[in-house]
Design a protein. Structure first.
Length: 444
């Protein structure tokens, strides 16, 4: 249909045309199949709910097979009528909008939704209304923070006593009881010397996520690297590119796992108790290197950064360095397309979605900048069997890129609400999305 004709029809039709053409190169035969090899290396136009990919170490190209480019997204206003796409049987709706840089989102034991608005140095709390589709409470919990990101409730269980927050250079906590929508006082500093991501004190990756082990005895904190690949060894990477472990009171500091460039999101599996991470890998080696990944993070494990990647593959910028580490590099469980910018992760523990979603992981893919054709800008599902990932991943929420390749939405955080719906923060359109299951779609 001619574009001039499309512009002359109603808003409803405009929205419908947008949804149909948001992924113009995905046909019905692609959906439901597992894309492998080069077939798994498409761009945003090959994304659609239900498309699965399985990338292996055999699919990795050689470094510099394609040039490294600076191709950050052109962020545009959400087109009129545009909505993200989700699988058949699911419904997506706008829960809240007009936020400022909504990042991580976590569900409190009582069901309240806590959201870090990191640029504004605050945490906001929402409470769902009667039908769950809109908030009946929208309050600032605390603004006495510095680039907050990670949020965790402690002790684990139905009646926590504290809410922990990961500032960029410290871990703090507030006294908390179920239903609190305002902090009762100033934050208590639990760990004062997390390596900073603030520009004035070192820069680098600034997000700090927090998770407690299932027995509640240890606090795990993810800290990203200061650099892309340690180009300047004079700049300290001490206690960076790793997951740190502490006692809940901040004592007992040690490195839990290392060589992880930037585990933006970490979460403990509800069935196995294993720590999982959603990791941004390095840039500069080409369109399809190095894959971002989602993996179980093993205690004492080494994942390669900066000298190696995805197993014993040496980064060409560090030839000959640390040969003793080559055989110690752990290959991640699930390789994603390169430059997705994989951010927050959660496990589906609700009862609303079909049973085959139980305990599967959801992860937000913020989207590429270091790639000729865009990748990411979606939420994916990571299937597993008995707590072990299959290596595949599936598009769940897509449609944030226009036909022209501009971007209007960028997923960041994911959480499961008490009613079983899935909430997603989007710092491109400054929106929180809610996904519910409404149908009886035939499952694989």
């Amino acid at each position: 249909m001619d574009a001039r004709i499309i512009r002359s029809v109603t808003t409803f039709v405009i929205a419908a045309v947008f949804m149909v053409t948001a992924t113009p190169f995905v046909d019905s035969q692609t959906k439901g199949k597992v894309l492998t090899g080069q077939g798994a290396m498409g761009d945003w136009s090959t994304d659609a709910p239900g498309v699965r990919r399985h990338i292996t170490t055999a699919d990795l190209p050689k470094p510099f097979e394609s040039p490294s480019v600076n191709n950050g997204p052109k962020l545009v206003k959400r087109p009129e009528g545009a909505m993200p796409a989700v699988p058949k049987g699911f419904k997506i709706e706008e829960f809240a909008s007009g936020l400022k840089n909504p990042r991580l989102i976590r569900t409190a034991p009582n069901g309240d939704l806590f959201v870090a608005e990191s640029q504004s140095n605050l945490i906001r709390v929402f409470r769902q209304g009667k039908d769950g589709s809109k908030p009946e409470v929208n309050e600032i919990y605390s603004s006495d923070l510095k680039q907050p990101f990670g949020i965790a409730f402690y002790p684990l269980g139905p009646n926590p006593q504290y809410i922990y927050v990961g500032n960029t250079e410290s871990i703090v906590r507030f006294p908390y009881k179920n239903g609190d929508i305002k902090a009762s006082g100033k934050p208590e500093v639990v760990v004062s010397d997390i390596p900073s991501g603030a520009r004035l004190t070192g820069g680098g990756h600034w997000t700090r996520d927090i998770a407690f082990t299932r027995d509640g005895k240890k606090m795990l904190v993810s800290v990203g690297s200061r650099s892309n690949v340690n180009e300047n060894p004079a700049l300290s990477e001490t206690d960076r590119a790793d997951v740190l472990e502490f006692n809940p009171d901040g004592t007992g500091r040690r490195v839990y796992a290392s060589g992880i460039r930037n585990a933006v999101g970490i979460a403990v599996h509800p069935q196995t108790g294993e720590l999982w991470g959603s990791v941004n890998e390095r840039d500069g080696l080409g369109d399809d290197l190095v894959p971002d990944y989602i993996t179980r993070i093993k205690e004492g494990g080494f994942y390669g950064w900066p000298w190696y990647y995805i197993g014993p593959n040496q980064d060409p910028r560090h030839i000959g360095m640390h040969p003793e580490l080559k055989d110690k590099v752990i290959v991640p469980d699930v390789l994603l397309q390169s430059h997705y910018a994989s951010l927050e992760i959660t496990f589906y523990t609700g009862k609303m979605f079909p049973t085959d979603y139980k305990n599967d992981a959801f992860a937000a893919e913020h989207g590429s900048w270091n790639r000729a054709k865009r990748t990411g800008y979606k939420v994916i599902r990571v299937p597993q069997k008995n707590g072990v990932p299959t290596g595949e991943y599936e598009d769940f929420m897509t449609g944030f890129v226009t036909e022209q390749g501009d971007v209007w939405g960028r997923p960041v955080g994911v959480t499961v609400a008490k009613d079983g719906s899935l909430f997603v923060t989007d710092d491109g359109s400054n929106t929180i999305w809610r996904v519910t299951y409404t149908g009886n779609e035939n499952r694989r």
